[in-house]
Design a protein around this ligand. Structure first.
Ligand code: FAD
Length: 453
C-alpha cells in the first residue's frame, strides 16, 4: 500500500544560492505536455555545486527533475508537481579538444551544435546529430543515449562517450575523464549512466570520441514505390557503398507531402515512400552514382535527384528535418511513438499497425531505416488504448517501445512489454542503491514500487 506523501520540507538555505527565476521555459516540453510549476529552479555551475545540492536534497527528502535542453520527447525532463528543477544550463565547462587523442571534453550543458562546431574548427568530426542540435545538450544526449541519422554508421551516443563525470543522487562523484580508448578497470559506471535518463545522477562533464572529418558528402533523394522497395534496397546500398554509407532516412507518404506544403519546401517528387541517402568521401561519389543507376534500372527506386553541391545536400536534409518540425509545430495534436523493430519485420508491421489505427488516428511515418527505427506518429486526438495496442504489436514483432527517445514518464506503464519483470526489478534495485531517497527523476523509466519488490 502506498503511503501518502509527507508535506514537502523547505529548501535548505545553502541551496538558495543556486536559485534562478522560475521562468516559463522550465515548464516547456517538446512532447507538447507542459510540466507543473517547479517549486524552485536551481542552476549549478560546477560539479561541486551539484554535489552540494544533491546532498542537501537527499537530507531534506526533496525531489528534483534534471533538465538539459528540454528537447526530449518522452517527458523525462517534464516537471512533476512538487519537484525542483535542476537545470544543467550553467554546466558549461568550455569545450577542449585533444587533437592527438581526437577527443572533445566539455560541460554537460553544452549544446550539441556548439560541440559540433568546435570539433569542425579543429578539423575533426563529432559523429552525433539531430534536428534539435541548437538546444539539445551533451548531458541530455548521454542521459537518453540519443540516436539520430548518424547512428547507422557510428552507433548511438553511447559509442561516442569515452568517459564522463557525474554526481550520483547521494552527492558522491564518479569521474572517468581520462579519455582512455581502452579501460577495463572495474565496472564501467559511465556506460551505466548513459541511457539512465537522469534517474541515477547528474552528468556534469563528458569526454567524447571524435572522428576524421569527412572530406565531402553527397546526398541522394530517392522516390520509391513502397516501403518494401526501401527495405529491399538496404542490403544493396550496404554492399555497394560499404562504410561510406552515412545515413539512410525513410519518409512515408503523406508525411513528406504535408510537411512540404505546410513549411513551404519544394518537394522534388511525390511518391509512396522517399529515401534520403548520404555518402561521404568524394572518391565514393562515382560509386554512388553507379549504385543508384543500377537501383533505378533494377526498379528499386523510381526516381532520384543527386546533390551537385553542399547547398543541395542542405536542401535535401531540410526536407527530412522539415518532417520533424512540421510534426512538432504544425500537425495539430499528435502522439509520437519511437519504435525499434527488426528491420525484416517492418514490411509486415506497417499494414497491421495501419489496420489498428483505422478510424482512430492517422499514422504519419518516418525514421532511420537502417537502424529499424520508425517514428510512428499518431495524428489526431490522444488515444491511450491505441498507443498500448501499437506498442503490443511492436513487441509481438520482437521490437522495443522506444529506440532513441527513452521511456521518460510517458512510457513507464508499457516497459514490461519489452523488458522482463526481473530486468525491470534489477533496474529499480540499482536506482534504489544509488538514490536511496528516490529524489532524482522519480516516476521516470520505472516506478518506486518496482524497487521495493
Ligand atoms: C526536432 C527534434 C528532433 C529530434 N531528433 C532526435 C533524433 O534524431 N534522435 C534522438 O535520439 N532524439 C531526437 N530528439 C529528442 C531529443 O533531442 C534528445 O532526446 C536529446 O538527447 C535530449 O537532450 P536534452 O538536453 O534536450 O535533454 P532533456 O530533454 O532536457 O532531458 C532528457 C532526459 O535526460 C535527462 N537529463 C538531461 N540532462 C541530463 C544530465 N546532464 N544528467 C543526467 N540526466 C540528464 C532528463 O532528466 C531527461 O530524463 C529530437 C527532438 C526534437 C525536438
Amino acid at each position: 500500500m502506498r503511503q501518502p506523501e509527507p508535506a514537502a520540507a523547505a529548501i535548505p538555505d545553502a541551496l538558495l544560492a543556486f536559485q534562478v527565476p522560475a521562468a516559463p521555459r522550465y515548464r516547456d516540453d517538446a512532447a507538447g505536455k507542459p510540466g507543473a510549476e517547479p517549486r524552485a529552479v536551481l542552476a549549478p555551475r560546477t560539479t561541486d555545486d551539484c554535489a552540494l545540492i544533491l546532498r542537501g536534497l537527499q537530507a531534506a527528502g526533496l525531489r528534483a527533475a534534471v533538465q538539459g535542453g528540454r528537447t526530449g520527447l518522452s517527458g523525462g525532463a517534464r516537471v512533476r508537481p512538487g519537484e525542483i528543477v535542476l537545470s544543467t544550463e550553467k554546466l558549461l565547462a568550455p569545450p577542449v579538444i585533444d587533437p592527438i587523442a581526437a577527443t572533445l571534453a566539455a560541460g554537460a550543458g553544452t549544446a550539441l551544435e556548439t560541440a559540433q562546431m568546435v570539433a569542425r574548427e579543429a578539423g575533426l568530426f563529432l559523429a552525433a546529430d539531430l534536428g534539435a542540435r541548437g538546444s539539445a545538450t551533451l548531458g541530455g544526449m548521454a542521459a537518453t543515449n540519443a540516436g539520430g541519422p548518424l547512428a547507422l554508421r557510428y552507433g548511438t551516443f553511447r559509442q561516442q562517450v569515452l568517459g564522463l563525470e557525474a554526481v550520483l543522487a547521494d552527492g558522491s562523484v564518479v569521474r572517468r575523464m581520462g579519455g582512455l580508448a581502452k579501460d577495463n578497470s572495474g565496472l564501467d559506471l559511465s556506460q551505466l549512466l548513459i541511457g539512465s535518463e537522469g534517474t541515477l545522477g547528474i552528468i556534469t562533464r563528458l569526454v567524447l570520441r571524435l572522428h576524421p572529418a569527412p572530406l565531402a558528402r553527397r546526398v541522394a533523394f530517392c522516390a520509391l514505390a513502397s516501403v518494401e522497395a526501401a527495405l529491399a534496397l538496404l542490403p544493396i546500398l550496404r554492399a555497394g557503398l560499404g562504410p561510406s554509407l552515412q545515413a539512410c532516412e525513410l519518409m512515408v507518404d503523406p508525411l513528406l507531402t504535408e510537411a512540404c506544403a505546410e513549411r513551404g519546401l519544394r518537394q522534388p517528387f511525390s511518391s509512396p515512400a522517399a529515401l534520403l541517402i548520404e555518402v561521404t568521401d568524394p572518391a565514393d561519389g562515382e560509386r554512388f552514382e553507379t549504385v543508384l543507376g543500377k537501383a533505378l534500372a533494377d526498379g528499386y527506386i523510381s526516381d532520384a535527384v543527386l546533390s551537385a553541391s553542399e547547398a543541395d545536400c542542405r536542401a535535401f536534409w531540410a526536407l527530412r528535418e522539415g518532417c520533424s518540425h512540421y510534426l512538432i509545430d504544425n500537425a495539430g495534436p499528435i502522439t509520437s511513438l519511437d519504435l525499434s523493430l527488426p528491420i525484416a519485420a517492418i514490411a509486415r508491421f506497417l499494414p497491421e499497425a495501419e489496420a489498428i489505427c483505422a478510424g482512430r488516428a492517422r499514422p504519419l511515418v518516418f525514421g532511420h531505416l537502417g537502424d529499424g527505427n520508425l517514428h510512428y506518429i499518431l495524428a489526431g486526438k490522444p488515444d491511450h488504448a491505441l498507443v498500448g495496442e501499437i506498442f503490443a504489436l511492436t513487441a509481438a514483432h520482437g521490437g522495443a517501445i522506444t529506440a532513441e527517445h527513452g521511456i521518460g514518464q510517458d512510457k513507464v506503464e508499457w516497459l514490461p512489454l519489452c523488458r522482463e519483470a526481473d530486468e525491470i526489478r534489477a533496474m529499480a534495485r540499482l536506482k534504489a542503491a544509488l538514490d536511496p531517497g528516490w529524489i532524482l527523476n522519480d516516476g521516470r523509466v520505472f516506478t518506486r514500487y518496482e524497487g521495493e519488490c
